[in-house]
Design a protein around this ligand. Structure first.
Ligand SMILES: Nc1ncnc2c1ncn2[C@@H]1O[C@H](COP(=O)(O)OP(=O)(O)OP(=O)(O)O)[C@@H](O)[C@H]1O
Length: 450
């Protein structure tokens, strides 16, 4: 059975209910998580996109009037307005559930539930969330992008402007949250294909069963659930751009199938033999060290050379610290509008701490933390605790980085000494290219006067 790609969260204090609901829903939806603690759920929602929450109305014995459910329902909607909430209630509490519906819950179900009805209710809710998110994506299609002042990022966007007007295959590299999707969309929006579709496929989230049917489409009857002829994502992108995200996570045998489409610019739907030509521009991205994957024979070399005509390297945020404060201001402005908050300032110490913090999750983490701060702030000035960051975390991230950098500096000096300043031998010993070694000598201000 084809599972619906969706993230479902079930929140109930009764672990038996959680197990039963998870077992049922896991058969129909890609990701199903459960939780007994509503506070943890709020934290999870501020970091993740959740399509649907199934929310129990009563948490503690003796508090069975459903009021707690309403409280947590409001919290969920405040943190994640696009998530749909289905209330779970017992017969005696229908009135409170109806109150929840008036406040915006999509539906309620009575415990014990009917399995089929529950699955259908969740499916309808997922569709609603998707509709809202698509509208949101469309309305933010020409959302402002903060390009950045650091030379490393400016180089990337200058290059992006140049490749945008061509059709060359472009590979975007960067850690999680560095803006690979944003850059791919930017290239599309600045290309002659901008009025045609931009199709984003997260290859990492497609399991093997879905891979071919999602990408290549299928003919009616090709498998049990194939009720009608359906085009795949490559065909949907015809005339425009397809963005193949997380390409480094595709298993070897499926890489061959991708290579074939990229080479021939045509697809064959499952259950058909007819080739269908597609006019597409291909942008790929990964956060893996793809060259290493190629060397380790985990990624096909021929596919790598197909996709990497131009490579754009997005630097992590900790290596472009000059962009942290402008990005903070950028997101404050966006979320002030979204949450209707009159916040425009941060105290100086907080600014400094934000700049020191190492942002392992890059721009995504920064954006999430600012959104959280904008929701939680009690005054019109943001303080560090609103970001969920403590002074200790800042200090640790700073010393961790320093220690690592100190260690790297020291090992370079030792290797240089040992090889009496010979750059090629030193680079070899350190497993670096000559260029990479020169960059580090400059970065750590090491003079090679051996
Ligand atoms: N230049 C930018 N200007 C404004 N917002 C940005 C920029 N780059 C990234 N962001 C924001 O940061 C978040 C992460 O960006 P994006 O999804 O493009 O990163 P990614 O590298 O594709 O992440 P992942 O590898 O985890 O999929 C998004 O919410 C995006 O809106």
């Amino acid at each position: 059975m084809r599972k619906t790609i969706a993230n479902i969260l079930i929140l109930d204090d009764n672990s038996e209910i959680l197990i039963a609901a998870k077992m049922l829903l896991k058969r129909h939806f890609e990701t199903v998580n459960t939780h007994t603690n509503p506070k943890k759920v709020i934290e999870y929602l501020s970091q993740n996109t959740v399509d649907v929450v199934l929310l129990d109305m009563n948490f503690r014995l003796g508090f069975e009037d459903g009021k707690e459910g309403i409280f947590w329902f409001k919290e969920i909607k405040r943190i994640s307005p696009y998530t749909q909430v289905i209330l779970m209630t017992s017969f005696g509490n229908v009135e409170t559930a109806v109150e929840g519906i008036k406040l915006g819950a999509i539906d309620y179900i009575l415990k014990p539930w009917n399995n089929e009805a529950l699955v259908e209710t969740v499916k309808t809710a997922v569709k609603q969330t998707r509709k809202k998110l698509t509208t949101l994506e469309e309305s933010t299609a020409d959302q402002q992008v903060y390009l950045g002042i650091a030379p490393s990022i400016q180089k990337v966007y200058t290059m992006a402007n140049r490749v945008a007007v061509t059709d060359v295959n472009t590979l975007i590299l960067g850690e999680n949250g560095t803006g690979k999707y944003v850059l791919a969309k930017y290239i599309h929006d600045h290309s002659p294909r901008k009025d045609q579709p931009f199709i984003h496929v997260d290859l990492g989230s497609l399991n093997e069963n879905l891979f071919e049917s999602e990408l290549f489409g299928y003919a009616k009857g090709a498998f049990t659930d194939a009720k009608q002829d359906t085009e795949g994502r490559f065909e949907a992108a015809n005339g425009g751009t397809i963005f193949l995200d997380e390409i480094g996570n595709v298993p070897l045998h499926l890489q061959a199938k991708l290579l074939q489409v990229i080479q021939s610019k045509s697809v064959i739907r499952l259950g058909e033999s007819k080739q269908r030509a597609v006019d597409i521009r291909i942008i790929t991205a990964t956060n893996t060290d793809i060259e290493k994957e190629v060397n380790d024979k985990m990624f096909r070399e021929d596919l790598y050379y197909r996709i990497n005509t131009v490579v754009l390297n997005l630097p992590p945020l900790r290596e472009r610290k000059e962009d942290i404060i402008p990005l903070v201001n950028f997101f404050i402005e966006q979320y002030a509008t979204k949450y209707n908050r009159n916040i425009s300032s941060i105290n100086k110490d907080t600014f400094e701490a934000l700049q020191q913090y190492d942002w392992k999750g890059n721009i995504r983490e920064l954006e999430n933390r600012i959104e959280r701060a904008m929701i939680l702030a009690e005054t019109d000035q943001l303080v560090l605790s609103n970001f969920g960051i403590s002074a200790i975390m800042v200090e640790q991230s700073d010393t961790e980085e320093n220690t690592l950098q100190d260690m790297e500096r020291l090992s370079i000096i030792k290797a240089l000494e040992k090889n009496q300043g010979n750059i090629s031998q030193t680079a070899d010993e350190l497993g670096l290219s000559r260029a990479a070694l020169y960059r580090r000598l400059e970065k750590y201000n090491i003079k090679n006067d051996y």
